[in-house]
Design a protein around this ligand. Structure first.
Ligand code: PMP
Length: 393
């Protein structure tokens, strides 16, 4: 086969390896834990209607909804003064919903920490609805996103309606393993967190870090595309808080007053979130998931760091290396070596290492290590990488 048109190089996820050997390292949507996928498949072998066919107001669905919310609260230790919403429109929906809910008028100020492609995108969208002040997180020398800027009195306007950050920059591979606290004189400002790609993989100090809103599009760690979980502190809800132009479907107050049933929610996807939360609980909870996430990322980073430059990664600051998405290149990005790696790994069933993003294929491959990837599977990729480096001419 002409290697230029090899499916592995075009982003295909259908490896020729036996199905049971396929490991999905995609950055999302991606696979869920095997036990969850089996439970989902089991739904279709049972008598009765599945949540795909249930009215969202039927008692059977209300039970499913209540289960998902209750389990998410338990697993993620979400305090009672927060509302759990299942919102529409994915992460991008929340990029718009946030300023529309937290800023009454377009002159209201919001501070955005921009340290990667997704926070940049969130800030761009917010500019339509409020006055965005950005904290530029690029490396001053290279302009690359490889770190996280300090949050100070100087760079946070005290009148900000919120301070926004992305706790895991999926493309750049930068993660805050714990949320920051704002400087004492800025603690009155709610923290808004895009946790799309790290939610459910570590605990969150909701009150301690002053979290006002946290959202996660489901399709990485907790479910399928089409659903976003948005957790909002109740004091940010209420009459007269949101912009009068905020669409009802995005309005946190409207949706919370309607108990997530203002319009038809993504019923099946909500059931799946409940399944994932059950799974996390059965594994030993979010603290256990965090240990596994640490082990998975360490397996890959160990290979990179001990490869004498055969593999490279842009994120040198180990404290900020994402446990969810590990970007790496081969021989400094050499095309021939990269293609050989992609084809050989794909043929062994390791798919999703090159993905097509809105920002292009980028200079790096990426191993995404969400809840659907086990420690053993991450180890398999690490072993493959080690062997490939040894054998590559
Ligand atoms: N935020 C982060 C951190 C992401 O990784 C993504 C990509 N899925 C988004 C936001 C955008 O989400 P969506 O495609 O659901 O709008």
């Amino acid at each position: 086969m002409n290697t230029d048109s090899h499916p592995a190089l075009l982003g295909s996820l259908n490896s020729t390896a036996p199905h049971s050997e396929v490991i999905n390292f995609s950055p999302g949507p991606t696979s869920l834990p095997k036990a969850v996928e089996e439970r989902i498949a089991g739904l279709f072998n049972q008598p009765g209607l599945t949540s795909l066919a249930l009215s969202h107001r039927a008692p059977e669905f209300l039970e499913i909804l209540d289960h998902a919310v209750t389990k998410a609260r338990e697993v993620m230790e979400i305090p009672d003064d927060y509302e759990v919403l299942f919102t529409h429109g994915g992460g991008h929906g929340q990029f718009a919903a946030l300023p529309l809910n937290l800023c009454y008028q377009p002159t209201d100020v919001a501070t955005y920490v921009v340290n990667g492609t997704w926070s940049a995108r969130g800030a761009e969208e917010a500019k339509r609805y409020c006055h965005v002040q950005s904290i530029d997180g690029r490396d001053p020398k290279t302009g690359a996103y490889i770190g996280f800027p300090e949050l100070t009195e100087e760079n946070i306007d005290p009148n900000s309606k919120y301070v926004y950050l992305c706790s895991n920059e999926t493309v750049n591979g930068i993660e805050l393993h714990r949320l920051p606290t704002l400087p004492a004189s800025r603690k009155h400002i709610p923290l808004v967190v895009d946790a799309s790609s790290d939610f459910s993989t570590k605990p969150i100090d909701w009150h301690g870090c002053g979290v006002g809103v946290l959202f996660a599009c489901a399709s990485k760690n907790i479910g399928h595309p089409g659903l976003t979980m948005t957790v909002i502190r109740k004091d940010l809800l209420g009459e007269g808080k949101a912009s009068p132009l905020c669409p009802g479907v995005f309005n946190y107050t409207t949706n919370s007053e309607a108990g997530n049933l203002w319009n038809t929610p993504a019923t099946f996807n909500i059931e799946v979130v409940g399944f994932v939360m059950d799974w996390i609980e059965a594994q030993g909870g979010v603290y256990e998931i965090e240990l596994r996430s640490i082990a998975k990322a360490a397996a890959i980073y160990d290979v990179i760091d001990s490869s004498n430059g055969f593999y490279g990664t842009p994120i040198e600051n180990k404290a900020l290396r994402s446990r969810m998405n590990v970007p790496f290149n081969i021989k400094g990005g050499d095309e021939e070596a990269t293609n050989a790696f992609l084809i050989a790994s794909w043929e062994k069933g390791m798919v999703g290492l090159r993905t097509l993003t809105p920002f292009g294929v980028g200079d790096y491959l990426r191993a995404s290590l969400y809840n659907g990837v086990t420690v053993e599977e991450a180890q398999k990729l690490a072993d493959f990488m080690r062997k490939f480096a040894r054998n590559y001419g």
